[in-house]
Design a binder for this molecule. Structure first.
Ligand code: GLU
Length: 487
């Protein structure tokens, strides 16, 4: 069995963010690159804020991105359970051991006493931390008070000296312990807190590397000391630099969609996001920005992670989505856009099944013209419904030439004489002959016709549009435009 065991440990207390997606991805890449195990653990000790809905969205987001976990909810595994809410006995056991070893202690101070002590410490030493007044209580006395049910928390006894946190990204960081608080491990109501649960679980689940966001570096100090106090081997740490907005500041809600499932809802191809997120702190090589997940797995190396924050460029993200869509197999793309077409009310799934060739043609026409799936129903709406409206550019193109009304009417009549199943090449040749016979420059002819048929000035090739609309709608729209111009 491989020695590499990594985990992500999200708290199900809100939507899934880009930061979690990147952390999950890097853990996943590292596990797959080293034949290791990727674990999903749920940090749900905060019972008041944890919700089933949030847990479901974590699972949904992970599945959508294709980041399959090896051990965790719905998968099981030998070192579970993987929900912290099911591991309380284990935390209690560790805390009891630490208290009896003199490495943690019950604290009977009321919140007011703690606060007053903090204030005094701030005034006398310049550091506002718990004044440790319960640390040196007589242990027999303290045990009696606990046994009689006196309300208390349990605090970790921070040792003297300093500790070195070996970080694979930051290097060795020496932290003086004088300024580290005797932190609370267990609340008055008996509920265990994050640093306790996290370290106990990382130890029990034999985690080899903790790869997570930089904001958790301060916790690594407490966790390392706890590992030592429990006599367990700590994991290696790798704290990933922040993801920044374009303004160079920490990513905020204003800068990006922060709920990952919004990207799913809006039709971002997950493969493109995986590619894009991989680049938030790691480079494939100097020449290439585009690569598959398996290519990334082959090269991924924690030693090559960036030490500075990465900027999230949403335009580049969209561009990358467009590239992935362009390179997709037509049928695969049609399957991907189907729910978006149906949700927009553009057609039903049955329509697509019964006219699959028509929809394949539609998709190929738009493959280079959309960056996310949700753009298709809107952009192709004139092909999907019967009515037509002209946008400002279309109106301009219709009005540009005073002869246009006549051309459109005559072209309509000429088209009516063509076989209804004429293919694109025939349609084009026919239009060219039509324009030439009337000495109209083909370019001049195409603009009002496109406007009449699509209501816009941009879109796929004109004869793709003619073919997709079908004879009836083409004849109707040409008549309608000619009449509109005459009014
Ligand atoms: N529950 C923590 C979070 O969601 C986990 C941090 C860790 O990876 O230790 O940020």
């Amino acid at each position: 069995m491989s020695a590499v065991r990594v985990r992500i440990a999200p708290s199900p207390t809100g939507p899934v963010h880009i930061g979690l997606a990147r952390t999950a991805l890097y853990n996943f890449l590292y596990a797959r690159a080293n034949d290791g195990c990727f674990i999903l653990r749920i940090d749900d000790t905060d019972r008041a804020r944890s919700t089933q809905e949030s847990l479901d969205s974590i699972l949904e987001a992970m599945r959508w991105l294709g980041l399959d976990w090896d051990e965790g909810p719905e998968k099981g595994g030998g070192l579970g359970p993987y929900l912290q809410s099911e591991r309380s006995d284990r935390y209690r056991e560790c805390v009891d051991q630490l208290v009896s070893d003199g490495k943690a202690y019950p604290c009977f101070c009321t919140p007011e006493e703690v606060q007053a002590g903090r204030q005094r410490m701030l005034e006398t030493t310049g550091v506002g931390m718990y004044d440790r007044r319960c640390r040196d209580l007589d242990t027999t006395e303290a045990r009696k008070r606990v046994e009689t049910g006196e309300s208390h928390t349990v605090r970790f006894k921070i040792p003297e000296g300093s500790v070195t946190v070996p970080d694979l990204i930051k290097g060795d960081v020496v932290v003086e312990l004088r300024q580290v608080d005797d932190w609370v491990m267990v609340r008055e109501d008996g509920s265990p807190l994050y640093n306790l649960c996290s370290a106990v679980d990382d130890a029990d689940m034999e985690i080899s590397h903790v790869i997570r966001g930089e904001e958790h570096f301060v916790n690594a100090v407490k966790q390392l000391l706890l590992f030592a106090a429990l006599g367990r081997t700590p994991p290696r740490f790798a704290h990933l630099p922040l993801i920044l907005g374009k303004d160079g500041k920490k990513l905020s809600k204003r800068v990006a969609q922060t709920n990952l499932l919004d990207y799913k809802r809006d039709g971002y191809p997950p493969e493109a996001l995986i590619n894009f997120f991989t680049l938030l702190g790691w480079g494939f090589d100097a020449e290439r920005d585009l690569f598959t997940l398996s290519e990334a797995i082959e090269r991924f190396d924690l030693a090559k992670l960036s030490k500075s924050g990465s900027i999230l460029d949403e335009e580049k993200m969209l561009w990358m989505c467009g590239v992935y869509i362009r390179d997709m197999d037509t049928d695969a793309l049609l399957d991907r856009v189907t729910p978006f077409l149906v949700a927009a009310g553009a057609c039903t799934a049955d329509d697509i099944a019964s006219r699959r060739d028509w929809f394949r043609h539609l998709v190929t026409c738009y493959q280079e013209r959309i960056q996310i799936y949700s753009e298709l129903p809107e952009k192709a709406s004139y092909l999907l419904r019967d009515g037509i409206d002209y946008d400002a550019k279309a109106e301009k193109n219709l009005r540009k030439n005073p002869e246009a009304a006549t051309w459109l009417q005559e072209y309509r009549d000429a088209l009516a004489g063509l076989p209804a199943d004429a293919v694109i090449e025939q349609l084009e040749q026919h239009a060219r002959d039509f324009a030439e016979a009337r000495e109209i420059k083909f370019g001049h002819f195409v603009h009002p016709v496109r406007a009449a048929l699509s209501g816009t000035a941009v879109g796929p090739g004109l004869f793709d549009i003619v073919s997709l609309l079908g004879r009836e709608r083409v004849l109707d729209r040409l008549t309608k435009a000619a009449q509109w111009l005459q009014q």
